[in-house]
Design a protein around this ligand. Sequence first.
Ligand SMILES: Cc1cc2nc3c(=O)[nH]c(=O)nc-3n(C[C@H](O)[C@H](O)[C@H](O)COP(=O)(O)O)c2cc1C
Length: 266
Amino acid sequence: MQAQRLAAAAGQRYSCRSYTADVPPNLDQLAPFLTDGFEPFPHNSEVRFHILDKPAVIQQILKGPWGPVSRLLLMAVRSDQPHYLEALGYAGQQLILEATALDIQTCWVAGMCDLKQAARHFPGLDSPWSVQAVSPLGCGTSGSKTGMKQKLFKFLSAQRGQRHGLDVLMHPTELASLPPVLVNAIQAAAKAPSALNRQPWRYALRGTELIVSSTQTAPQRTHPSRLDLGIAMLEFTAAVRAQGQDGHWQPRQADANPVAAFVLSA
Ligand SMILES: Cc1cc2nc3c(=O)[nH]c(=O)nc-3n(C[C@H](O)[C@H](O)[C@H](O)COP(=O)(O)O)c2cc1C
C-alpha cells in the first residue's frame, strides 16, 4: 500500500454523481491494482474486481441520473467469509483512492443499483461470491462537485455531508490518552465515505488496545455498516502509515462488536 499517496487522495476524494461519456485517460494505470495491487484485510480475505465497459448494461445497473457512465467498477467478495464486508470495504477503498490519485472520479454505490445484474456481468462469478458494491470510474461533468444533484443528495443524506467530530467518534477522556498519530488517524478517517453518510464507526480503548465498533446495537457480519467500517479502517491505516508509523487491524469475532483492534508497530 502506498500510504502517503492514498492518504493524500483520501483528502481529495468526493462522491461524484454526474459523468460524461469519456473514458478517463489514466484508466489503464488502475489495471494493476485490480488483481494484486491492494493489501487485504483480513489477510486471508478474498475479493475480486472487474471493470465493466458496456455503457448500455451500466445504465441498467445504475439506477438514477448519473449521466452516460462508460466504465463501472464491480466489487465482489466471497460472502461465506466471516469479515467479508469489511474485507470488501478495505480493499475497495484502496482502488477508489488509487483512482482518485489518477484523477478518475468515483462514487461507492450499494443502494441505488442492481447488484444482481452487476454479478451477472462479472466474468466467472459463482456462489458464494457476490457483488456488494459498484462505482463509476469516469470523468465528472464540470461542476459535478457542486452541482444541483450533488447538493440535493447532500441535503437528503445524514448531516448533509458533514462529518462527526472527534468527540462523537471516541470518548474525549480516552481520546486524550492516545498518541497523536492515532488521534490524527481518527481525524483523517472521519472523512471516509459511508452509505447515506451515516459514519457508523466508533473507537474505544479496551485495556491498551484501540478498538473499532459498529454503531449497530445488534451487529451482524451481514449488516451493511460493516462495508463502511472496512472503508474507514483503510483510511485510518493509510493515515497512520503516512505519518511514518506502521500498524494494522486485527479482526475480532465476526458477529459481535468490536470489529477489530489496531496494533501499532513499535
Ligand atoms: C457503502 C456505500 C454505499 C453507498 N451507496 C450510495 C448510493 O447507492 N447512491 C449514492 O448516490 N451514493 C452512495 N454512497 C455515497 C455516500 O452517500 C457518500 O459517501 C456520503 O454521502 C459522503 O459523501 P462523500 O463521499 O462525497 O464524502 C455510498 C457510499 C458508501 C460508502
